[in-house]
Design a protein around this ligand. Structure first.
Ligand SMILES: Nc1ncnc2c1ncn2[C@@H]1O[C@H](COP(=O)(O)OP(=O)(O)O)[C@@H](O)[C@H]1O
Ligand SMILES: CC(C)(COP(=O)(O)O)[C@@H](O)C(=O)NCCC(=O)O
Length: 312
């Protein structure tokens, strides 16, 4: 199914080429050579690099505005202004490129703002462990709203937004396909948190009177959009790579498929997409697209081909 175009009454849109013409890209402050190797490959295309850079410069603008507003408000209430992180949501379907886009934003934001206190947190980390999913009978609904420990995720956001300097987050691994019982992500004094995940713009699934929205804690939101066919290809490439590397490791999730040929594994992965990730994309993720401030539409080669910006 083709990805739906955002409502033209709500969003300005620009083909990426046109967008670039509008940007003042002369006063670049950072050099591509400063970027880490993997990101350098992604940004090897000069136009794409400039598109990401112009988006990040907008993010810096919003960050400075937020910081200034916070300073003025705390003055009004007679409080010393403290650093409360600016939280940017990065939403989109499975394998749309959220993690990678967040890494690019982190690198460019750190360089433009001259701070290392930019952290990426994935909402995957707040999935219930596989054992709990099994207990609840929702193993086949991993990634659906009910598969997340929303209380823990909201508590993390509350801790961040109440200025706690040290934050601890569980760690989900695509390699083991589970939440680690030992590893933790430690965050110290964040200035910006990029919260990436399929559910960042979703409403609470129980929708009770006291349920909170993740978006209550977001200061800005970006939706990474792609045609479902592209996402399927990227998903298959990702899992095939994981399968090839990990299938011989008995401790790995992928070991259970080690009897399959690569073609059989591919068919199995495609079936998983069609029964889990595809329905989740259409039912729960894509409908949140228009809640984002910016929608980045990627082509089949991962290039941003169109940018939509909310008008209000
Ligand atoms: N801009 C990009 N250029 C090249 N490959 C990319 C790009 N963005 C994502 N990918 C690849 O696509 C796959 C899915 O990306 P990922 O960031 O893991 O998506 P998500 O976090 O949305 O699941 C990964 O294999 C990743 O390396
Ligand atoms: C962990 C996820 C819910 C989220 O994926 P991501 O946004 O990190 O790509 C997804 O990768 C997943 O495991 N879905 C369940 C079906 C499957 O792909 O096995």
């Amino acid at each position: 199914m083709a990805s739906l175009q955002p409502n033209q009454h709500l969003f300005w849109s620009s083909a990426s080429g046109e967008w670039l013409k509008q940007q003042m890209i002369r006063d670049l402050q950072i050099e591509r050579d400063d970027l880490a190797g993997k990101l350098q490959n992604i940004l090897a295309d000069r136009d794409q690099y400039h598109i990401y850079l112009s988006i990040v410069r907008d993010l810096c603008h919003h960050f400075h505005k937020y910081t200034e507003e916070r300073r003025l408000t705390s003055l009004k209430f007679g409080e010393a202004s403290s650093d409360i992180p600016f939280i940017i949501g990065v939403a989109g379907g499975v394998a749309a490129g959220k993690t990678t886009a967040a890494a690019v934003f982190r690198e460019l934001l750190s360089q433009l703002l001259g701070t290392t206190c930019v952290d990426v947190v994935s909402t995957d980390n707040f999935l219930f462990p596989n054992a709990v999913l099994e207990e609840k009978g929702i193993t086949e609904r991993k990634g659906f709203p009910e598969s997340y420990d929303m209380a823990a995720l909201i508590q993390f956001l509350q801790h961040a937004k109440t200025g706690q300097p040290d934050l601890t987050v569980p760690v989900y691994s695509h390699d083991t396909y589970d939440v680690s019982s030992t590893d933790k992500q430690l965050i110290h004094n964040p200035r910006i948190i990029l919260l990436e995940g399929i559910n960042v713009l979703q409403r609470p699934h129980r929708n009770g009177p006291n349920d909170q929205f993740i978006s209550d804690y977001l200061d800005f939101a970006i939706y990474v959009d792609a045609e479902e066919d592209s996402a399927i290809n990227w998903y298959l490439e990702r899992v095939e790579k994981l399968y090839t590397v990990h299938r011989d490791d008995p401790a790995s999730y992928f070991h259970r498929f080690s009897g399959l040929t690569i073609q059989e594994f591919r068919e199995r992965a495609l079936q998983i997409w069609h029964t889990i990730n595809g329905p989740n994309l259409r039912g729960h993720i894509a409908p949140t697209k228009e809640r984002a401030n910016i929608i980045l539409k990627k082509d089949a080669n991962h290039n941003i081909e169109e940018i939509f910006m909310r008008k209000f």
